[in-house]
Design a protein around this ligand. Structure first.
Ligand code: ATP
Length: 326
């Protein structure tokens, strides 16, 4: 696109390991292709409150291996209003920014879609979220690292669960998507995963107990996707105490531990490929798309599909946990 001279890059919403690798790739691919780059701080907040900084290729040195995001991230209420987005656009124009690369999750890409439509600005998104809950992509940046963090934690919990012959509920993130819980359970050899895509939590718990899952085993670990409505792992443990007092149930909530840490090689490679592709997309005149990955190939996913067309978890995937935990 001949009229693009300067690209703004921001990270928004929940942080995810690999965001730095994505910022680095966007910055260097843009500079390589002759564009100026401006780093926007604290997500959309930096656009609304003018917190921006000219980036050189050295601005992103030595960050590929760090978790978090050097640009910081935030949730910005102002940007959800038309007035806030108008101020953001005025600031963007004043800074000479012609196009944006937004790295974030569901909400961030919804904001990007609305902004792009309102002001006719080319915006390309990168899926940056540990939840793996965006449509049109097999994988999001940060998911693999979070999954490995969960597996590492569950391996440690297994040692103590076995020693004390306990039932552990391990709560992981992803209250709208059970990928972390399900694949965390498969990879750590957990006895079950309780995820939002399946029948209600109560039914899943009853099913577990009716299978007598602990009878021939000296420990059991159930991964539970966080769930503010039902109380997640704590809610389940309370219920076990009341209804199945024969089980010695404990709870571990992994919480923000899952967001941090050095990104895995898989996340660094994904973020680097997607970041470079975001610049290729802008060069090709693409706009209002998220870079996704399908069967190993990078693809362009319209924002509307990325944010509304959630992938479903197949029953076959949940069956694996059941079959392999006999
Ligand atoms: P995660 O999946 O890790 O939670 P996210 O990107 O979904 O990340 P949100 O808190 O949902 O995180 O959104 C981040 C920011 O995006 C919001 O604080 C707001 O500034 C902007 N945003 C979200 N939804 C909208 C919307 N409908 N319109 C405008 N801006 C939005």
């Amino acid at each position: 696109m001949a009229h693009i001279k300067c690209i703004g890059v921001l990270t928004s919403g929940g942080d995810a390991p690999g965001m730095n690798a994505a910022i680095r790739a966007v910055t260097r691919a843009a500079i390589y292709n002759g564009y100026r780059v401006v780093g926007i701080k604290r997500g959309y907040y930096g656009l609304v409150y003018n917190e921006m900084e000219e980036f050189t290729s050295r601005s992103v040195s030595n960050i590929i291996h760090h978790g978090g995001t050097i640009l910081k991230t935030a949730r910005c209420k102002e940007f959800t209003t038309a007035e806030g987005r108008r101020i953001a656009h005025d600031n963007m124009v004043a800074a000479g920014i012609d196009a944006l690369v937004v790295i974030g999750g569901d909400g961030s890409l919804s904001g990007a879609r609305i902004f792009a439509e309102e002001f006719d600005v080319p915006v390309v998104g990168l899926p940056g979220t540990i939840d793996n809950d965006l449509g049109g992509t097999d994988m999001t940046i940060g998911y693999d690292t979070a999954l490995n963090t969960i597996v590492d934690a569950v391996d440690k919990i297994r040692d103590t669960a076995t020693s004390h012959e306990r039932l552990f509920f391990v709560e992981v993130m992803g209250h709208m998507a059970g990928y972390l819980a399900l694949n965390g359970a498969i990879a750590s050899g957990a006895e079950a995963a309780i995820i939002p895509e399946m029948e209600t939590e109560i039914d899943q718990l009853a099913d577990l107990v009716s299978r007598g899952f602990r009878k021939s085993k000296n420990s059991a670990i159930v991964l539970v996707a966080e769930n503010p409505e039902t109380g997640g792992a704590l809610g389940l443990a309370e219920r076990v105490k009341r209804e199945f007092p024969e089980y010695d149930a404990r709870v571990t909530i992994l919480g923000h531990l899952q967001r941090g840490g050095s990104p895995t090689a898989a996340d660094r490679i994904l973020a680097s490929r997607m970041g470079a592709q975001a610049i290729t997309a802008l060069c090709e005149g693409q706009r209002n798309v998220m870079i996704g990955i399908k069967n190993g190939e990078l693809v362009y996913v319209p924002f509307s599909k990325a944010t509304t067309n959630k992938r479903s978890i197949e029953a076959a995937q949940t069956d694996i946990v059941k079959i392999l935990s006999i």
